[in-house]
Design a protein around this ligand. Structure first.
Ligand SMILES: Cc1cc2nc3c(=O)[nH]c(=O)nc-3n(C[C@H](O)[C@H](O)[C@H](O)COP(=O)(O)OP(=O)(O)OC[C@H]3O[C@@H](n4cnc5c(N)ncnc54)[C@H](O)[C@@H]3O)c2cc1C
Length: 481
């Protein structure tokens, strides 16, 4: 720490002594995101209050080639903000204001550390909202959503974060401040904000975002439906889309999850069902009535056990609370959960779920399944005990095998949680050496010294277990990969 003293003094001069953390206990709180298999503490935590402070901190780090990893709320599920090379964890949660809501242009200017939900809350008086709704939306920040190109249950109809961002104010690796995109629709430039969204903190630090708002739908209808097999539920999902209806959301959970949620909330869920489907329709009243009929007939054609439309907003909120607390409820089964994020073609749902079950049996693991079924985005959740090293090894192995299965089925590695450190070594499953080299060149163009969030996303194929200097449990366990 002595060697970092001059740097710390300069950081204190920029953000104030209260916002530079170096105490072991304090920095220990920032040693991982919500993917807690991989832990590596930063050397220093810095909490800036403005874009100018971010720029000054980055300039300092750049001059000394100190790694700097941006961080929002730390709810990421791929180790994205974990400081695998040490250095500075730059936490943006003090920059949490919704600066301006423009109901005429349907835009909001927000600081990157604002929580997702605070944007919709600020826009509510104009009957507008910010559509991307990750289940972590109460905590996760707009900056984190942008970096991961976050989705959520309503991505099926409304798209990912990238579809709802008009422009960005970004601090680049040399500390310069640039604006990407903007309020006016344009096609006279390379879409740099589109390029930046999903780059997981490796190209720059988003400080402000101009986000798009959309009107609340005239009518919303939410349905709960139970099935005897996951296959029937999966087929019903495919049939609804094939029949020409794009619901706002189609979410599925398996029996293990139904029971965990019922244990937690006691809301009268059918514990015997193999799968629970939540379907939400929204739009003009007349269209919804027609769509209800189509959805019901698709469910009935696939042997639905029972279905129930929520009678009011309160019941709808209860249903969504059940879905959004599913991962938390699974904590009743085992203290730790490792949530994966594979994507598959919707039509392969039953086949892949059967494959995951086989992996669970062979490796003697408990795996719960929560899916954004409408867009084929799977979240198998492996339940484990961290102190049981052999179980952790099997969890990591299962994670690798499930991702391989998704790719084999024509899918990919991540629908919304990003690559981070978690899936970096699996990147060659979907990208060839040329693809990866091109990504590396783009990264180099933005960050020639590689100080921004190093050891993430793009694997260095020359070294096995490349994730940087800090020893990660992942590498200890998977040594010899
Ligand atoms: C219970 C639970 C449910 C979840 N549900 C969903 C879901 O439905 N959909 C979904 O997409 N995700 C979900 N997630 C994952 C996570 O919430 C999202 O990835 C979220 O976008 C992360 O936001 P954050 O502020 O916590 O970012 P962090 O975890 O702090 O960081 C995530 C990444 O963003 C980078 N970053 C953060 N801020 C900035 C910035 N200002 N500029 C540049 N880079 C930055 C970090 O370096 C890191 O790479 C869930 C997580 C949990 C724990």
């Amino acid at each position: 720490m002595e060697v970092l003293k001059p740097l710390i003094e300069k950081l204190v001069a920029i953000v104030g002594a209260d916002y530079v953390l170096t105490d072991k206990t304090d920095i220990g709180l920032y040693d991982s995101d919500a993917e807690t298999l991989d832990k590596a503490a930063p050397d220093i935590v810095v909490l800036p209050a403005s874009t100018e402070q971010v720029a000054a901190v980055v300039k300092l780090a750049a001059a000394q080639k100190i790694p700097i990893s941006p961080r929002g709320a730390g709810t990421g599920l791929s180790g994205g903000s974990t400081c695998v090379r040490g250095g500075i964890s730059l936490v943006l949660t003090r920059m949490n204001r919704v600066l301006h809501v423009d109901p005429l242009e349907r835009l909001a200017l927000v600081e990157a550390g604002a929580s997702n939900v605070s944007v919709s809350q600020a826009a509510a008086k104009h009957n507008l909202y910010f559509a991307p709704d990750p289940s972590s939306q109460v905590a996760s920040t707009i900056g984190g959503n942008i970096a991961e190109n976050a989705g959520g249950p309503h991505t099926l109809k409304y798209g990912m974060t990238t579809h709802h961002v008009a422009g960005l104010k970004v601090v680049l690796a040399d500390g310069s401040i640039v604006t990407l995109g903007g309020a006016a629709r344009t096609s006279n430039e390379i879409d740099l904000s589109g390029f930046f969204i999903g780059s997981e903190g490796t190209l720059g630090i988003a400080c402000e975002a101009l986000v798009k708002l959309i009107p609340r739908p005239e009518k919303v209808e939410t349905l709960l439906a139970y099935f005897q097999t996951v296959g029937q539920a999966g087929q019903a999902v495919s049939d609804v889309v094939a029949a020409g209806v794009i619901p706002a959301a189609m979410e599925m959970v398996d029996q293990l999850t139904i029971n965990a949620v019922e244990d937690y909330l006691g809301m009268g869920l059918n514990r015997a069902a193999a799968a629970l489907l939540i379907i939400e329709l929204d739009g003009p009243g007349a269209a919804i009535s027609a769509q209800r009929k189509v959805v019901e007939s698709c469910l009935q054609a696939n042997g639905v056990i029972s279905l129930r439309w929520a009678i009011d907003a309160k019941e709808r909120a209860t249903i969504w609370n059940a879905r959004k607390t599913a991962f938390g409820a699974l904590g009743r089964i085992a203290p730790h959960g490792y949530v994966l994020d594979g994507v598959i073609p919707r039509s392969k749902l039953a086949e892949v779920i059967a494959g995951i079950e086989k992996i669970a049996q062979r490796l003697n693991l408990t795996i719960a399944n929560v899916y954004h079924a409408g867009d084929g985005n799977l979240h198998p959740c492996m339940l484990y005990h961290r102190e049981n090293e052999d179980e952790v090894r099997r969890v990591m192995l299962a994670g690798k095998e499930i991702l391989e299965l998704c790719v084999e089925m024509g899918g990919t590695l991540s629908g919304e949680h990003g690559i981070g450190i978690e899936k970096m070594m699996e990147m060659p499953l979907v990208f060839n050496a040329l693809d990866l080299a091109m990504m590396g060149r783009l990264k180099e163009a933005f960050d020639p010294d590689g100080i921004l969030n190093p050891g993430k996303v793009i694997p260095n194929l020359k070294t096995c277990g490349e994730s940087g200097a800090r020893p990660l449990l992942r590498h200890k366990i998977m040594a010899g990969c």
